[in-house]
Design a binder for this molecule. Structure first.
Ligand SMILES: Nc1ncnc2c1ncn2[C@@H]1O[C@H](COP(=O)(O)OP(=O)(O)O)[C@@H](O)[C@H]1O
Ligand SMILES: [Mg+2]
Length: 168
């Protein structure tokens, strides 16, 4: 099963609200794959997902370290694979222990390591729009568990009356 939500975001605040919602829905064991250009908002969204996981530390992009770990309601493994030279580097750092764990794995630039991503996952794509703070965000749930998250998100958006959310 595959479900997709597409939405228009007008401000950083809205991105943060989305992240908080996603974070609160997570139970541990999820993999979230983020795609989008530099400055699209992948780290910003990750920071608010971390808040939803009750992580108090300040989350920064692990560009030079590939992975940062945080403790919260469940562990967060934050990957940024932008500078990865070879997929072997992912094997070297033992990515499987993070992807298939009780924690939450968030991967920025996930498309770079497409070949090792689990089939079941949440795909988030962020695109910049004409206006500075506006973004188009699509969230795709692959697999039952992730489709459920999409369903719950859709209900939350309906409850707060957010416009510009489309189910595809
Ligand atoms: N709606 C928005 N959502 C996310 N970030 C936004 C938004 N509007 C403006 N920004 C700004 O865009 C930048 C996004 O940076 P960042 O999250 O580091 O992007 P990425 O990790 O995708 O490279 C930040 O400076 C943030 O303040
Ligand atoms: Mg980033």
């Amino acid at each position: 099963m595959k479900t997709l939500l597409k939405m228009n975001i007008d401000s950083i605040k809205e991105t943060e609200n989305l992240g908080l919602m996603i974070g609160k829905l997570l139970k541990g064991g999820e993999v979230i794959c983020m795609t989008g250009d530099l400055g699209a908002g992948k780290t910003t969204l990750t920071q608010s997902i971390a808040k939803g996981l009750d992580i108090e530390d300040y989350v920064t992009s692990p560009t030079f370290t590939i992975i940062n770990e945080y403790k919260g309601r469940c562990d967060l493994y934050h990957f940024d694979v932008y500078r990865i030279g070879d997929i072997e580097e992912m094997y070297d750092l033992g990515y499987e222990e993070y992807f298939y764990s009780d924690g939450v794995a968030i991967i920025e630039w996930a498309d770079i390591i497409e070949e090792i991503l689990p089939d079941e996952r949440l795909n988030i794509t962020i695109s910049k729009k004409d206006y500075m703070d506006s973004r188009e965000i699509t969230i795709e749930g692959k697999g039952d568990k992730y489709s459920n998250i999409i369903k719950e998100l859709e209900e939350l958006f309906e409850a707060i009356g957010k416009k510009g959310v489309e189910r595809i």
